[in-house]
Design a protein around this ligand. Structure first.
Ligand SMILES: *Cc1c(COP(=O)(O)O)cnc(C)c1O
Length: 480
């Protein structure tokens, strides 16, 4: 295929923000800043040949061209989308300096910026007090929460639902604490009766409630879990890595629109012991931005260490003193800060971005419920829609084959659509659809994460496209 070479500033890269202009300004600002320090000659060892740069950059561009088009409405697969151009601008402008938020010595300006965005996240959840910081992502953020949980309740285990992120079991292994998997109900939420029985053993010191599972976007009943845990002096950590920003939709919307998510679990987060949220998922940020927040600032004692290399410039606490990671990009904090200046943590700000995808998911669920060739796996609680093709024989093996084949046909079509599959066990399937024939242990179902608000105006077209793919395949099931 002939590759069209992009010319700089051919068109505004993303809607209303002319990124080519703004990146040019970021470079200009940076150059003006460096000039304040007088001449700074470069060593020849770092100079590069422009022609070789052109060749290498062309090769890189070609390689990146092999990516899935996460930005496009035809991509309705995994939880992936590009950052907001404002986040890119904040990131690049700051990265040119390359501050390190481990210590005030490394990132005096961006450490202050990080404290501000962390306070905004805590306020979004309604936390009255907090201690927190950004992290490289949700996995490390959860590790920190479980580390603190272990220090608070030595010798006791951690309970998480069977649908929680796989890293909880792994991190328990790493921390040397027993991990207990709790059964889920027919919507993939933690079964509170099963939790109550487990807590009665006295072996559990901390419960992880997932507010938005990675697979189906199920929200554990945080309020019910909290009541059970508090009665026994057990900690509650909320893994809201994916779902956290949906708390903005628990309030009334503009024009009298009611809450778009059940408010009860979200309101309870304010009273939990810790919460993790990933701005690099629904906060419009590039990868490398998670966050952990603790309700009790006194947990900082568990991080105590000294660093002979850093921590000189100030008597103020350094972020590295309350964090397991050492070096961390100050540019991540700056990117989030700039984004939240433009799209604040309100129902009308960032909330409006999530609302688009949430309404699209509700609409698609209605369309799927009425579709002849497709079936809804379960109603979406957030913006993740799960579905499967109707097959001649309602068996797991036919559903599995037809779903996977539909995804492949979609990718290969001239007018492609990119979906993804998730694997569910036979028990999870029959909990929702008791009439399926269980002829294998699990089945792939189709899963579309509608993270982009643009889906709101595109969901009918997306449904029509997927329905057509299902119809194409229905003659082929069993033949292939
Ligand atoms: C994505 C996710 C994680 C892991 O976060 P990373 O940022 O990928 O490290 C943990 N828990 C949940 C619920 C998630 O969705």
């Amino acid at each position: 295929m002939e590759r069209t070479r992009a010319t700089p500033a051919e068109e505004p890269l993303a809607g209303t923000v002319d990124l080519a202009y703004w990146l040019g300004r970021a470079v200009a600002e940076h150059q003006a800043w460096t000039k304040r320090f007088g001449p700074h000659p470069r060593h020849p060892s770092q100079s590069v040949d422009p022609e070789r740069l052109t060749v290498a950059f062309d090769e890189l561009s070609q390689r990146i061209g092999g990516s899935y088009p996460f930005f496009h409405p035809s991509y309705a697969g995994q939880m992936l989308k590009p950052p907001h151009p404002v986040a890119v601008l904040g990131y690049v402008a700051t990265m040119l300096v390359n501050p390190n938020n481990h210590a005030l010595d490394g990132g005096p300006a961006t450490s202050a910026v990080e404290e501000e965005v962390v306070a905004q996240l805590a306020a979004m959840f309604g936390m009255e007090t907090h201690l927190g910081h950004l992290t490289g992502g949700g996995t490390v953020a959860n590790l920190e929460a479980l580390f603190v949980a272990r220090q608070c309740h030595p010798g006791l285990g951690v309970a998480y639902s069977a649908a929680s992120h796989y890293t909880h079991a792994r991190m328990c292994h790493l921390l040397g604490v027993p991990g207990y998997s709790v059964a889920v109900d027919a919507r993939g939420r933690m079964d509170v009766d099963a939790l109550e029985r487990l807590l009665a053993t006295g072996e559990v010191g901390t419960v992880v409630a997932t507010a938005g599972t990675t697979g189906l976007g199920a929200v554990d009943p945080v309020h019910e879990i909290l009541a059970l845990a508090r009665a026994r002096g057990v900690r509650v950590h909320v893994d809201a890595a994916y779902g956290g920003f949906f708390t903005l939709l628990a309030d009334e919307g503009p024009g009298g629109e009611g809450p778009l998510v059940d408010p009860a679990p979200w309101r309870a987060v304010a009273r939990c012991d810790s919460v993790v949220i990933d701005p690099h998922k629904h906060g419009l940020q590039p990868y490398g931005c998670g966050a952990v927040l603790f309700a009790d600032p006194e947990v900082r004692r568990h991080y105590q260490h000294d660093s002979p290399y850093t921590y000189y410039s100030s008597d103020r606490p350094h972020l590295g003193e309350i964090s397991l990671e050492c070096s961390r990009s100050g540019a991540s904090a700056a990117a989030l800060w700039l984004t939240l200046r433009l799209l604040p943590l309100t129902r009308e700000g960032l909330g409006a971005v999530l609302a688009g995808g949430r309404r699209a998911a509700l609409r698609w669920a209605r369309l799927l419920a009425a579709a002849p060739g497709l079936e809804l796996f379960q109603p979406p609680e957030l913006d993740i829609v799960s579905y499967f093709p109707r097959t001649a024989r309602r068996s797991l093996s036919e559903i599995d084959a037809a779903g996977t084949a539909l995804m492949r046909r979609g990718e290969r079509a001239d007018d492609p659509v990119f979906l993804s599959v998730g694997r569910v066990s036979a028990a999870e399937f029959t909990a929702r659809h008791p009439d399926v024939v269980v002829d294998r242990g699990d089945a792939a179902i189709l899963r579309s994460v509608l993270m982009k608000p643009e889906f709101e105006s595109r969901v009918d077209a997306l449904h029509a496209r997927v329905a057509a793919l299902a119809a194409e395949g229905s003659g082929g099931v069993g033949r292939a």
